[in-house]
Design a protein around this ligand. Structure first.
Ligand SMILES: [Zn+2]
Length: 319
């Protein structure tokens, strides 16, 4: 286990402990950086420990379906969203790389969209499955895989970047691997709006577990990108399967990128999480009320003899 300072702001503040357990009740220390408001698990396993975790334990511990066909189809769902987000600017036939691609279902959509694709993952089983679909997938970390590949015009990560132990080093490596004019697209959970959605309905603990080292604040993410020499071209807060996430498009800039300085971000995040916890205990977060409304509606529909599927689903990919 290694301890370090906040990767986003370089520790402009101090760490505030917010939890000593994760969503499974397992011991996991989570701290909030009072500088930028980003949450991180600290201390955290070193690189060898993480490689072992993702190779041997992660897919099983998080009850990933053994149904490879269904998993691949589900990945195609977010692949469609990625394709829609990039096709207005990504040149036809460009090379696209996904870091943490699982079986490559999303890459399959981009390939159908006319792009050249490749990706990497730590799960040998998923990589093998993707290869049976004719995809060029690599086992291991992205920077190693990219060494032997052409420079991508797009590198993207879907609910992966929050897993990375050292996101600054990762972003610097990805920046250097990009083709000229290339961009990085990062999609991560948005802890700043947990009270507003049916999942996690204000229950912060559902966002805390060993696989997610970071829960980035928007301010912290901007600081991190700047430190890595990347400019935030866009940062959108979006809704993913009734759960909050944000999408960031980053571009490489020659010369220094000025780091935004938001000294109130840490305080604002801590205040938000405390306020949310108080409301959650009273069952009064907007997310909880949405869940309640959906449950009442589906009960009424059953009583009235309609057999619609309940509209409340717990997102299984909010991992
Ligand atoms: Zn920070």
């Amino acid at each position: 286990m290694l301890s370090d300072s906040c990767a986003c702001c370089g520790q402009s503040g101090t760490d505030v402990p917010v939890s000593a357990i994760d969503r499974y009740g397992l011991p996991l220390d989570t701290v909030l950086c009072s500088g930028c408001g980003t949450l991180r698990a600290n201390p955290y396993p070193d690189d060898d420990g993480l490689a072992d975790f993702y190779t041997h334990h992660y897919q099983q511990m998080y009850a990933r379906s053994d149904d490879r066909v269904a998993y691949f189809a589900k990945q195609r769902g977010y692949g469609q969203r990625v394709l829609e987000a990039v096709r207005s600017w990504l040149p036809e036939g460009a090379f696209v790389f996904e870091a943490g691609c699982g079986a490559g279902g999303a890459l399959d959509v981009l390939r159908d969209g006319g792009y050249q694709v490749s990706g990497c993952d730590y799960s040998q089983e998923l990589v093998d499955h993707g290869r049976t679909q004719g995809l060029s997938l690599h086992w291991g970390p992205p920077l190693a895989a990219l060494e032997s590949l052409p420079a991508p015009s797009l590198i993207y990560m879907h609910h992966v970047f929050e897993h990375v132990r050292d996101p600054l080093r990762q972003l610097e490596g990805l920046r250097d691997a990009l083709a000229p004019g290339g961009k990085v697209l990062i999609i991560v959970p948005d802890v700043s709006r947990i009270s507003e959605f049916p999942f996690p309905a204000g229950d912060l603990r559902l966002f805390l577990h060993i696989a997610h080292r970071f829960n980035f604040s928007l301010a912290g993410f901007r600081m991190l990108a700047a430190r890595a020499g990347l400019e935030v071209e866009s940062l959108q807060q979006r809704d993913a399967n009734q759960s909050p996430e944000f999408w960031a498009v980053l571009t490489r800039r020659q010369g220094p990128v000025s780091a935004p300085d938001d000294l109130k971000a840490g305080r604002a995040m801590l205040d938000y999480l405390r306020r949310t916890e108080r409301r959650w205990r009273m069952h009064l977060t907007r997310g909880q009320l949405l869940v309640l409304r959906q449950r009442i509606r589906s009960k009424l529909q059953r009583l009235l003899g309609r057999h619609d599927k309940p509209s409340v689903t717990t997102p299984t990919d909010a991992s």
